[in-house]
Design a protein around this ligand. Structure first.
Ligand SMILES: Cc1cc2nc3c(=O)[nH]c(=O)nc-3n(C[C@H](O)[C@H](O)[C@H](O)COP(=O)(O)OP(=O)(O)OC[C@H]3O[C@@H](n4cnc5c(N)ncnc54)[C@H](O)[C@@H]3O)c2cc1C
Length: 314
């Protein structure tokens, strides 16, 4: 998209937003909306407090011919220092309803809050969700998982907005193409509006104990006090990325504002104050190169590089 087209599109978007009474902020630093705390400005930022607002904003962007990016809790992304062109929509719709053993939730619901709600209401099978600091939408997108559980185990249906056709529809579990940290949503343009999780009856006290156990384990094994975006690389088949990185002697290795965590080698942490996405990328690429040379293993990124990066991440 040329600079002229983008400016025209943003003008049309601003007019449509003003006509609809929607507040759209300009040139908002995205660093504050991500857990790694890196990233430059978004041309426009809007907050969707309801699913209808999310759909309306996506339609508006499509009509203005402006690219739209849906942001959850920003816990799996590295935003470019040059920022992101077009419209960023923060999905904050987070209504939750429990119907028997089914949990209905909107995309912006926090995974940890859902796990706590399940424990309180005696719904088993989602205790592991406490360890994912993202939104339900981001977790379905990634088929996030922890402690032996993953979204594919519990998702029954997913409500989506199809950015191509402009339609809303409901997908059954089997249509979601869940695989290890993968789903159809990583490969298309559908936006997740919410979903239904199928859980089982359980004893609240026993579920709460599992939740507490997971939290304690995470506090002991992950650098949760530091700025990070979880595991940087996917685990190669039959091995652990963290083990390879540690064996390569890279724990504590630093490039600029980014450092390989001393606690967990598959985490990159950033310094507070002035962290740069370019440093995270340079360190990640360096780690890949060293691991490839030492062990002949090509690590693949699990974190997603988004925004105006000069080149795509492997
Ligand atoms: C300390 C820490 C621990 C972590 N541990 C784990 C772990 O154990 N297991 C694991 O799997 N992950 C883990 N993660 C990574 C991350 O929390 C998950 O991948 C989470 O699911 C991302 O959700 P999010 O809302 O933050 O997504 P974001 O980072 O906001 O977005 C990630 C991607 O999802 C897309 N997306 C977000 N919402 C929607 C939507 N509604 N519709 C369509 N696309 C959408 C975005 O466009 C983007 O492409 C961890 C992260 C941290 C910081």
């Amino acid at each position: 998209m040329s600079a002229v087209t983008t400016a025209d599109g943003l003008g049309r978007l601003d007019e449509a937003a003003a006509a609809a009474g929607i507040v759209m902020e300009r040139d908002v630093a995205l660093s504050g909306l991500t857990t790694l705390r890196v990233g430059g400005p978004a041309d426009r930022l809007a907050i969707a407090e309801t699913v209808d607002q999310l759909v309306a904003l996506l339609r508006m962007a499509a009509e203005a011919d402006v690219p739209a990016f849906v942001l959850g809790k920003g816990s799996d992304i590295v935003v470019a220092d040059a920022g992101m062109r077009g419209l960023v929509i923060r999905a904050r719709a987070d209504a939750v309803e429990i119907d028997g053993t089914e949990l209905h939730a909107e995309a912006g619901a926090s995974m940890a809050a859902l796990a706590k709600r399940c424990a309180r209401d005696g719904l088993a099978g989602f205790d592991w969700g406490i360890s994912i600091p993202g939104s339900l939408g981001g977790a379905i997108w990634a088929n996030a998982g922890a402690h032996g559980g993953e979204m594919a185990d519990v998702v029954r249906t997913v409500d989506v907005f199809d950015a191509r056709s402009g339609e809303r529809r409901t997908l059954e579990h089997d249509a979601c193409a869940f695989a290890y940290r993968d789903s159809r949503f990583k490969h298309g343009r559908e936006v997740i509006l919410g979903g239904v999780l199928q859980l089982e009856r359980g004893e609240p006290g026993a579920i709460a104990e599992l939740v507490d156990g997971h939290q304690q384990h995470r506090r002991a094994t992950q650098p949760l006090a530091d700025q990070n975006a979880g595991s940087v690389f996917r685990n190669p088949l039959g091995d652990h990325a963290g083990r390879l990185i540690e064996e390569a002697g890279l724990k504590g290795h630093r490039i600029g504002s980014a450092r390989v965590s001393d606690l967990h080698a598959n985490f990159i942490v950033t310094v507070r104050g002035d962290a740069r996405g370019a440093d995270v990328r340079a360190l990640g690429d360096f780690v890949r190169a060293v691991v490839s040379e030492r062990f002949g293993v090509d690590l693949r990124y699990e974190i997603e590089f988004v925004g105006a990066w000069p080149e795509e991440a492997p």
